[in-house]
Design a protein around this ligand. Structure first.
Ligand SMILES: Nc1nc2c(ncn2[C@@H]2O[C@H](COP(=O)(O)OP(=O)(O)OP(=O)(O)O)[C@@H](O)[C@H]2O)c(=O)[nH]1
Ligand SMILES: [Mg+2]
Length: 325
């Protein structure tokens, strides 16, 4: 019997192949288990995955009297995507989580305040993005779970301190330390497991001298990533930052469906990847719609009102679709 493994399973399997740490292997195996179609044709594979999980668990325990129990964090993804806050000590990562979500991280005027990851949901217009506050990225806090969380995320939000004269050195150290640990920032083309899309929050733009430092930052890292000046103290730039996270880092769009003759519900967007076509969107909405889809009409950018579009028409953010079956 053919296994008919879905695309999600293949993604998980590829992650397993590329996993570096035990934590990443475990997360990938669990994802494989969750996404493998459950039928007779995959029974052997399911048993095999279970066996590998059990074996890995055993080896991660590292014997009963082993002195070091390794910490492992996996944070389930929620909302439009999972973005991890990375940066040097004291740059304002926890302040950002506190300002943009309901989470209550500890914020303090000295480095190495944060020790554990902490997630929160940030609201931008009608979508939510999951942010994860992290310990600073530095040799003192380098543990395998830190790197695993970065690699398993959907993207990175690099928080830099534009109020600090050392910001350029800090940035250089940050990126080279990340690369030593197999996390690379890459915004163009395809991303592998180790390559992450990222945007930079040039934080503390309210402080004296910040705008000059931000100009310097743009010269040095501007070709690598977008830089958004912002301040968690005044709130400046934060909404723009979140919109860029949604569109550029996560690469998502929002579309709305409506049954023929009714009004769309703008509070309930379908969140899709940029580049999604009408037929892909129909599949997301309902398998049966996709199977019997004849044509669709779209109201939005790049089309005239209610234009009849073919199945391979690429959708834009804000489009309203009516499917005709
Ligand atoms: N002026 C100003 N101060 C800020 C801003 N954002 C954060 N701070 C201050 O910077 C200090 C460090 O903030 P945190 O949010 O704890 O920084 P962090 O990056 O989480 O620090 P670690 O957890 O140690 O890595 C605190 O005193 C904050 O009040 C900002 O936009 N403007
Ligand atoms: Mg912190």
């Amino acid at each position: 019997m053919p296994a008919n493994l879905g695309p999600l399973y293949h993604v998980a399997e590829e992650r397993y192949r590329q996993a570096i740490t035990d934590e990443e292997k475990m997360a990938a195996l669990e994802e494989m288990m969750a996404t493998i179609p459950k039928h007779k044709g995959t029974e052997k594979m399911q048993a095999d995955i279970k066996r590998r999980i059990a074996k890995l668990k055993e080896s991660m325990k590292g014997g009963t009297k082993g002195p070091r129990r390794r910490e492992f964090f996996r944070i389930d993804k929620e909302g439009a995507g999972q973005v991890v806050l990375v940066g040097p000590p004291n740059s304002g990562k926890s302040s950002m989580l506190k300002r943009m979500t309901r989470a209550v991280p500890e914020v303090a005027d000295y480095p190495f305040t944060t020790r554990m990851p902490l997630p929160g949901m940030a609201q931008w217009e009608n979508v939510q993005v999951q942010l994860i506050d992290m310990p600073p990225i530095a040799p003192e806090t380098s543990q395998s779970w830190v790197w695993a969380l970065l690699r398993m995320s959907d993207g990175l939000l690099v928080v830099l301190d534009a109020g600090d004269d050392d910001v350029l050195d800090q940035t250089e150290n940050l990126f080279s330390f990340m690369e030593e640990n197999n996390v690379f920032i890459k915004n163009d083309g395809e991303q592998g497991f180790k390559e992450k899309k990222a945007i930079c929050a040039a934080n503390k733009c309210d402080m004296p001298g910040a705008s000059e430092r931000i100009e310097l930052l743009k010269e040095v890292i501007g070709d690598k990533m977008d830089i958004v000046p912002c301040s968690t103290a005044t709130g400046e730039g934060l909404s723009l930052l979140l919109s860029r996270v949604f569109f550029e880092v996560l690469g998502r769009i929002r579309v709305y469906t409506r049954p023929p003759g009714k009004k769309p519900d703008f509070s309930q967007p379908f969140i899709l990847d940029r580049g999604t076509t009408v037929i892909d969107a129909a599949r997301e909405v309902h398998k049966e719609i996709a199977e019997s889809l004849k044509y669709a009409r779209v109201w939005g950018k790049g089309v005239f009102e209610g234009q009849m579009v073919p199945r391979d028409h690429v959708l834009s953010d804000g489009d309203v679709i009516v499917f005709y079956t």
